[in-house]
Design a protein around this ligand. Structure first.
Ligand SMILES: Nc1ncnc2c1ncn2[C@@H]1O[C@H](COP(=O)(O)OP(=O)(O)OP(=O)(O)O)[C@@H](O)[C@H]1O
Ligand SMILES: [Mg+2]
Length: 297
């Protein structure tokens, strides 16, 4: 009998994919999603979402596109690899929005783009979304200001959403990006989960995966929360390992000792006692974050 069969689950509840079907609306995730929807509906210009690695920014974006249906309701340019020069960035956006422009001079392109947007403004909203926007070169960020200026007397012709890690906010405070920073009309921060949210989050994902017969004991969830400071990606990693430990133990109840086993297993270098200190917890979190970043890059 395999692991999922043992717990009567349809699928792995703690996969590391930004799957909108598993989107858990914590207070800050819910607020960010509502703001993003409001911003697009009201045709506001610029929206910024920041959050530490693994707090759910890409999951939020996918939820906005799929569950809220914007993928079909608007023309969207989605930039996922933003290490692009201003010209490359502009061409990617035009290509995504199906705008055919022959010109190669940047100012000409922008003028033609504006004409296109005005002519087609009745056909619905056009949104540029950049994930991992902390990786946008400064010059490309500066260029975004030009795009945010595309407007009629009544409304913005483009909505721009920047999603990134906290260093993006720092970048935008730089003198040369001050004008861009001033154009941001709405901001949201994705916070790590609180204790009660971590507990709900674990239950929520189990229900989505088929409920099954697995039960996380309260003190096990508390330990997961304390050790991982409410970062969803790390909660997934540890919860998955914890269930494996319970499976090997033939227990459908997830106990504190299974969590401790998983933590020890995932970080051979750290001692059990060490995990109780905030410093070691931090090192642990950093190691996972770096390891994950290396795996996906
Ligand atoms: N609100 C949430 N509901 C459900 N799952 C979530 C949520 N937030 C994060 N996760 C889970 O945590 C993991 C990491 O999420 P995600 O990739 O969205 O983080 P991120 O903030 O984009 O990270 P990075 O800064 O590294 O790009 C995913 O497996 C995702 O399923
Ligand atoms: Mg991401």
């Amino acid at each position: 009998m395999d692991y999922l069969e043992f717990f009567d689950l349809k699928e792995d509840p703690f996969r590391l994919t930004p799957d909108p079907l598993y989107f858990y609306p914590s207070e800050s995730h819910n607020e960010a999603l509502s703001s993003m929807t409001y911003m697009v509906e009201q045709k506001e210009g610029f929206f910024l979402v920041v959050g530490e690695p693994g707090t759910g920014k890409t999951t939020l974006l996918n939820t906005f596109l799929d569950t809220k249906g914007w993928k079909d309701r608007a023309g969207i340019a989605l930039v996922l690899t933003p290490r692009l020069s201003p010209e490359e960035f502009l061409l990617t956006v035009l290509d995504d929005l199906n705008v055919k422009i022959e010109n190669t001079n940047k100012n000409e392109i922008i003028r033609a783009f504006r004409d296109f947007l005005i002519e087609n403004s009745m056909l619905g909203r056009r949104i540029i979304i950049v994930d991992e926007a902390q990786n946008l070169p400064d010059e490309t960020l500066e260029e975004l200001r030009l795009l945010s200026n595309l407007e009629t007397e009544k409304e913005k012709l483009l909505q721009i959403v920047l999603i990134g890690q906290p260093e993006l906010r720092k970048k935008l405070l730089m003198e040369k990006l001050r004008q861009l920073n001033q154009r941001i009309t709405l901001r949201a921060i994705l916070n790590p989960l609180r204790m009660n949210e971590t507990s709900d989050y674990i239950n929520y994902r189990l229900i989505k995966a088929g409920k099954g017969s697995v039960i996380f004991k309260e003190n096990a969830k508390k330990l997961i929360h304390k050790s991982l400071m409410g970062i969803p990606r790390l909660i997934n990693l540890i919860s998955s390992r914890t269930m494996m430990a319970a499976y090997l133990d033939a227990s459908k109840q997830i106990k504190k000792r299974h969590v401790l086993y998983a933590i020890r297993h995932l970080s051979d270098n750290c001692t059990k006692k060490g995990f109780r200190t905030a410093t070691v917890r931090l090192i642990f979190i950093l190691l996972f974050t770096i390891a994950f970043a290396v795996t996906v890059s």
